[in-house]
Design a protein around this ligand. Structure first.
Ligand code: ZN
Length: 86
């Protein structure tokens, strides 16, 4: 099961905004490294769940019988609902 959730902090930034914030805090000396980092932002929680399931299904590190059974869900932090993502 892959369960993402509503109101996730990863919805509140982009790679650009995160890089800018970190460089502002630590200084520009390591900007080259920071600017290559991916901080895993998401813009759509349902799509990010689908993306993770798709990644699991193609990963050579996950046994096929497990990948075949992988299911994605979105947990609504307000209502408590757990909704399956097709
Ligand atoms: Zn989260």
């Amino acid at each position: 099961m892959v369960i993402h959730h509503t109101d996730c902090g990863c919805l509140r930034y982009t790679n650009g905004s995160m890089r800018q914030e970190i460089i502002a805090r630590i200084g520009p000396e390591n900007a080259g490294v920071i600017n290559k980092m991916d901080f895993g932002p998401i813009s759509d929680v349902e799509q990010s769940t689908k993306d993770d399931i798709a990644w699991l299904k193609q990963s050579p590190l996950v046994r096929k019988e497990l990948a075949d059974k992988a299911q994605g869900y979105v947990y609504d932090v307000v209502t408590g609902e757990l909704r399956r993502v097709a």
